[in-house]
Design a protein around this ligand. Structure first.
Ligand code: N01
Length: 529
């Protein structure tokens, strides 16, 4: 197995329960994956903490306390360590062991695995849990390498970097940028927020969880997980059955005001169903949110720059924020609109700008790249994965991923993808999504073991059908019309602008049913030998 994050740890525990001969390798020096890497100030999730945990062990659920509704990175990392220690997983993990290549041998029916330190392993089956947001991307700005201060990507924030009293530029205003900007604004000397595309944000509604509240949550875990399993994205929020057009404008506004007081992802996952599917209702909701931004940001010119004009609310990942817009009322914070004044050069001192509006240079001590990821397929492209007849996975996916149920690829026998393109796990509240795949994989592993199966390969027609289905389902949502990592857009990469079906947006219940159908019918999408 590859990857000791939320997904890989869970699968490791389940396979060890089966007494499987399994080794987990990870490129990092310790476990946690995303939660090990992302240590930037303000990093936390936007799923309610009590839904962002493994559900299968009632003992663990009774033992663990969450301190906040949306826990911060150190607490989540501590949770994963607690899980690993409880099930004694560490002896089965090799750290500092990144996989550089995977080469299939049809003669021996094994994968030859090479690691960053040159060591080689052989495995009959390889299970990948390498993450979907684990290959960071940087802008390509002339002179970047000459910068004399500290330059960091949010994904690689060093533990000893303290920005207190420093002059800092943050490039990027996605979910990571919004969090880091809000967290550091009050303690830096000067903060420059460099925004290219404006991104929608809505209040997260974070707060402490009291011991009484925790006791209540504990008593309701069965109900909570059942509810999450019935929502499309595995969150506690689910789209309202009511359409926005079924109620009066006054009722809509009252409802939205209620959600805006801090419902986390409820604003886009628990809203009237048509607001995420129909342009008209979505435009009305977007204008409601824009009005809130205008209320919160004192300078109307700054507010206007912060309001997205190229996409509607919720049609790409909304940033859950806690005071983000108020940051722009501080004297030490300046919003730089890169659409009007793009960065032309990075010098040893800082950033230089072009554009008609002109802009004086900015000298800084720290540049933070909150510029996102080569999402979903990037982590796979970094490994030289060579299947049958010398076929490379990155070549097969050069125009976008093609998968069978998001778990396998024809031409790559015995390689299972637990969290990757076109899987239900990739777009869900992650622990909820991955548990579906891990449960299915564990059951399949039992069958493979019991029946002495040595080779499993997806059928080409099943793969084509699933990929077509993913494109079709996704195309019904407004999300498919907006350029974001969900459909493969990243201007920092040299690739065509054609949309790619990176995630499956059909929802957890449908995905789970499709996987269950597969196992109930004896795995007809796969050739078993
Ligand atoms: O990355 P992003 P992210 N010059 O791709 C800008 C998860 N996550 O790390 O929109 C200038 O969303 C880019 O601008 P534009 C979550 O799934 C979850 O923030 O391309 N700017 C954009 O503003 C999320 O969706 C949580 O014009 C450049 C930003 O950088 C995913 O991670 C918290 C640029 C990138 O935004 C990724 O989020 C954090 C350039 N050359 C992350 N290149 C929670 O659970 C890029 N940008 C709360």
């Amino acid at each position: 197995m590859v990857g000791a994050g939320v997904c890989g740890l869970c699968q490791l525990q389940r396979l060890l329960e089966l007494d499987a001969d399994v080794l987990l390798v990870d490129a990092n020096s310790d476990l946690g994956g995303t939660w090990y890497k992302n240590r930037y100030p303000g990093c936390r999730f936007d799923s309610e903490s009590y839904t962002y945990q493994y559900s299968f062990s009632s003992e663990m659920l009774q033992e663990w306390d969450w301190s906040e509704r949306f826990a911060a990175q150190p607490e989540t990392l501590a949770y994963l360590n607690y899980f690993a220690d409880k099930f004694d997983l560490r002896p089965h993990i090799r750290f500092d062991s990144g996989v550089t290549s995977l080469t299939w041998s049809e003669d021996e029916l094994v994968w030859n695995v090479t690691l960053t330190d040159g060591r080689a392993l052989r495995a009959r089956f390889v299970l990948s849990a390498i993450g979907i947001l684990s290959a960071p991307t940087y802008p390509r700005i002339p002179g970047m390498e000459t910068f004399a201060g500290t330059a960091v990507h949010t994904f690689d924030w060093p533990e000893d970097l303290d920005v207190t009293g420093k002059r800092v530029a943050v490039i990027g205003t996605g979910a990571s940028g919004v969090q880091v900007i809000t967290a550091i604004a009050s303690r830096v000397d000067q903060l420059y927020v460099l925004q290219r595309g404006a991104n929608w944000g809505a209040p997260l509604g974070n707060g402490p969880i009291s011991s009484d509240e925790m006791a209540d949550l504990r008593s309701r875990y069965d109900e909570i997980f059942k509810w999450c399993s019935e929502t499309p994205a595995g969150f506690i929020h689910r789209p309202d059955r009511v359409l926005s057009t079924d109620v009066t404008r006054e009722e809509r506004i009252a409802h939205w005001n209620e959600l805006y007081r801090g419902s986390g992802a409820g604003m886009y996952m628990g809203n009237y169903r048509d607001t995420m599917m129909e342009p008209g209702p979505n435009a009305e909701l977007s204008e409601f949110i824009a009005e809130r931004i205008r209320e919160r940001v004192h300078d109307p010119r700054v507010a206007d720059i912060l309001i997205p004009k190229d996409h509607g609310f919720g049609t790409k990942r909304v940033a859950g924020e806690s005071g983000y817009y108020e940051v722009f009322n501080q004297d030490n914070v300046e919003l730089v609109d890169l659409k009007a004044t793009p960065v032309t050069e990075i010098t040893p001192e800082g950033l230089r700008f072009g554009g008609d509006a002109g802009r004086p240079p900015i000298d800084v001590d720290v540049i933070v790249y909150a510029t996102g990821f080569d999402a979903v397929t990037g982590p796979f492209d970094r490994i030289d994965i060579v299947g049958e007849d010398g076929l490379r996975l990155r070549d097969k996916w050069s125009a976008g991923p093609i998968t069978c149920l998001g778990v396998q690829v024809e031409g790559f026998p015995n390689l299972f993808i637990l969290a990757g393109p076109q899987s239900g796990s990739a777009s869900a509240n992650f622990p909820r999504g991955i548990e579906d795949v891990v449960n299915w994989m564990t059951e399949f592993a039992t069958v493979i073991n019991a029946e002495g199966i040595v080779r499993v390969e997806a059928h080409a027609d099943a793969e084509a059908a699933w990929t077509a289905h993913v494109h079709d389902v996704n195309s019904r949502l407004l999300m498919s019309k907006t350029k974001s990592w969900f459909n493969g857009h990243n201007k920092n990469l040299d690739r065509d602008e054609a949309p790619r079906a990176m995630v499956y947006l059909g929802g957890g219940p449908k995905y789970r049913r499709r996987l269950a159908e597969e196992s109930a019918n004896g795995y007809p999408s796969f050739e078993l030998e």
